[in-house]
Design a protein around this ligand. Structure first.
Ligand code: ATP
Length: 286
């Protein structure tokens, strides 16, 4: 595998909270340490150490824990662009050969660019959501018996193995069920780095609460009685998505309090200025 010889493009001193991701510092650091050394180290060092370019990363864990969020932010950091996001079931087609063609099409642009520019080609990030729906164990009882799933797994494997020579592709796969994924996909050179994204702990929940109330805070719309430590305790077992939902419901309760007649039109400037989202709104939303 050719080590990547481009200038480093990631500043490793970034702060996760600035990216709007809470409670996942360890996981994120782990990803960086293991996957992106070839993009953080000075190119001469990466070349001398023959550091491999990581082609596949698998994020797994319960729904709503921030896997898509991480994948998008990683992509932005790596190449400044929005990634290509595809959903497993979207790849499948009832027409013979079309599912495999859909997989091939994902890699076309990156392949063409690499042919033209070699190592100077930009990194192409492909985010593959619901990976398990397509790449379940070949020949397993769960497969639909048509063999379509098997062909798609084989097509992706051949593309990722082909990427060996490419050096400009990163596929980030996501799943709620690591146990369903075809083990051939998890071997070195494929989705070789697998990271569990689990439910946030209390500290993480507080960070996520702060992130999703940040705009309210900046706009002076948060009452002083809100205790985020208390809320972090009370949101045990919440996912990041559920915490975001809680913040949205609290806003709705605050609006209901302020619009007694159910008519937004009755909100005059004075009452808007006095309106704040309070501790009670959060407790009602819980
Ligand atoms: P799924 O498995 O269902 O695809 P997911 O793990 O990819 O879920 P996301 O789609 O990333 O979860 O999360 C949904 C939303 O919840 C995010 O866009 C974000 O607003 C919020 N969220 C989830 N986790 C976090 C987090 N750790 N920090 C901040 N916000 C979060």
């Amino acid at each position: 595998v050719r080590p990547r010889a481009k200038k480093p493009i990631i500043n490793p001193d970034f702060k996760l909270e600035d990216l709007g991701i809470g409670g996942l510092d360890e996981e994120f650091k782990d990803i960086f340490r293991r996957a992106f050394n070839s993009r953080i180290l000075p190119p001469e060092l990466a070349t001398k150490l023959a550091i491999k370019h990581c082609k596949g990363l698998l994020l797994y864990g319960p729904p709503g824990t921030g896997k898509t969020l991480i994948a998008r932010k990683l992509s932005k950091m790596l190449n400044g662009k929005e990634p290509k996001i595809v959903n497993g079931p979207e790849m499948l087609s009832k027409y013979v050969g079309q599912s495999e063609e859909n997989i091939r099409a994902l890699f076309k642009e990156a392949e063409a660019e690499f042919k033209q520019k070699g190592d100077d080609s930009d990194l192409h990030v492909i985010i593959f959501d619901e990976l398990d729906s397509v790449f379940k164990q070949r020949g397993s009882a769960r497969s639909d018996g048509t063999g379509v799933g098997d062909n798609v797994v084989n097509q992706l494997l051949s593309k990722m193995d082909g990427v060996d020579q490419l050096n400009n592709i990163l596929v980030i796969g996501m799943t709620n069920r690591l146990d369903l994924i075809d083990s051939a996909l998890l071997r070195p050179g494929r989705f070789e780095i697998q990271i569990e994204i689990s439910l946030p702990d209390e500290k993480g929940r507080k960070q996520i609460l702060l992130i999703h109330t940040n705009e309210l805070r900046e706009n002076g719309m948060l009452a002083a009685d809100i205790d985020f430590d208390e809320l972090a305790t009370q949101t045990k077992n919440f996912t990041g998505a559920e915490i975001e939902g809680l913040c949205n419901s609290a806003k709705s309760f605050a609006i209901s309090r302020h619009t007694k007649s159910n008519s937004i039109a009755t909100l005059d400037i004075l009452s808007i200025n006095s309106m704040k989202v309070s501790r009670d709104d959060f407790l009602l939303a819980l």
